[in-house]
Design a protein. Sequence first.
Lengths: 342, 342
Amino acid sequence: MPSETRRFLRACRGLPVDATPVWFMRQAGRYMAEYRALRRSHSILALAKTPALACEVTLQPVRALPVDAAILFADILLPVEPMGLRLRFSPGPEILDPVRTERDVARLPGAEAADGLGCVYEAVRLIRRELAGKVPLIGFAGAPFTIASYMVEGGPSKNYERVKALMTDRPDLWDRLMRKVRAVTAAYLKAQVAAGAEAVQLFDSWVGALSPEQYRRGVRPHSAWVLAEVAKTGVPTVSFGTGTAGFLEDFAAAGGDVIGVDWRIDLDAARRRLGKRPVQGNLDPVLLFSGRKALKKAVKNVLDRNGKRNGHVFNLGHGILPGTPVARVREAAAWVHELSAR
Amino acid sequence: MPSETRRFLRACRGLPVDATPVWFMRQAGRYMAEYRALRRSHSILALAKTPALACEVTLQPVRALPVDAAILFADILLPVEPMGLRLRFSPGPEILDPVRTERDVARLPGAEAADGLGCVYEAVRLIRRELAGKVPLIGFAGAPFTIASYMVEGGPSKNYERVKALMTDRPDLWDRLMRKVRAVTAAYLKAQVAAGAEAVQLFDSWVGALSPEQYRRGVRPHSAWVLAEVAKTGVPTVSFGTGTAGFLEDFAAAGGDVIGVDWRIDLDAARRRLGKRPVQGNLDPVLLFSGRKALKKAVKNVLDRNGKRNGHVFNLGHGILPGTPVARVREAAAWVHELSAR
């Protein structure tokens, strides 16, 4: 493997690199014409569950953009199906059997549910073969809170009333639910690694809805358990959350070799608070809609705030938005390399 | 005025109080049966623009709850009408003439638009008379960023693409827009004070969508200008924003006697970062749906994190949600007094 293909994995370990590695959350997706073409004949779930299609979608951005990692194409809610829940997209995700009672929780399977995701592991094997060492492949899963919040609310939520009520009023039941979710999540990630994923990211997309107290009490132990389990495989782990600026130290205390932050905090402030821990981030995805000059300045600003420290993986603060011009994404990735070349 | 009616104003100045003052954002609103009864025959805008009705709605929570302040009932978007824009609720707010071009901005009036809000000043006079010194009256306005984001997007937004594009690609035009909005905002708040408001709150409800850089460059100077103008009146100012944990020092640098924070940061961490500045907050409004025991514990946790420091106004981290049980709100306010009594 020529040295530049190792940039991402080296940065995850805090090692020196020839240029800052870059990949983008949702780098495979609706903003790309190639993806939209496939979506005309396949549902999101069909794309995610058919290994050849998931492989094709995963590779689209690797062909189109100078990114330093591929990320498995899948939906964070895939594991709820082998957990016995019906999942539908209409067009947002909907769980038709929300989990709210003692009985609902008792009925959920344990780690063995991850065995039901063989299509994902097959996709990982295919992608590794197709990538042929060009760039490393990142596997991923939703973090226990984000998955559990979908399971309890039945879909996306504005205020998370139901899941917070469960955490607050039934901490025992919440704990039982989280133990089941975390067992499946860890088994799912370990199976991705066994199939060939060279790093994994745990996405806690909605954790920023919580107070630090709620996070520490009801979430951190479970995220920590997953990250510790996956760490045993030896691949680097990225722990990503949005809206974590108020409790970044607590979030980092859950583990993860790399901490992913959104754009709501200056990268240098995040690095100061995280000590020597590698970080990933943190360009506002909306800036990819800007003109070239403004975007280049914004990319430079993120790099400048990291300064000469090792252990920076360039990324957005959240996923690429539909409608983002592909040319801007390509330029942003190229500028990361150009402006950070040692 | 007996001493306990001064709790709120004293806490805003960082002075000792007999018990921690409490009020709730959206303490007048949909969760109260009295409010819903009025809404059956009047639109939101009719309630806000008819002084007798705005007065009645403002007083409803003061009668029902042991709160230490009344807050004017109005909608933060009222000033866009005298600025020449058509406002509609369907049911969320919609601005039918979004402001996006040079011409749109040039056409906007200046501070004189605030003269068109006489109905609000009349409501303030009525409320002061009715309150008869029972508790102080807080006036309010949306902060320039929040108002401008509605004006540019045409309504609420998920990703704020348009307003961020304007800030990033046309900083000159953004600056002109913000100067117009800030002029109206300051004049509007000063007129509320002249009519009798004894404190004012500037609501920057959506400022948490920004990066610290975007905030410092495009927003802080304008919020600072408004807060400095209003400070000249001598009444205390509360500067409230959600999602500010990543740039709380920058947010506080804009001014305000009291800094309002949401629940996404521990109150003690906020106080450490804000030095001696009084703070307002920060119970998660969703916790008002919890059982009594859990809620009391959560109220105590906020008070404990403030500890013995002066200069704490108890509030939620954002507005009371529709469907919140009134009994819980009443108990929460009573517990604040009981648990903090000196």
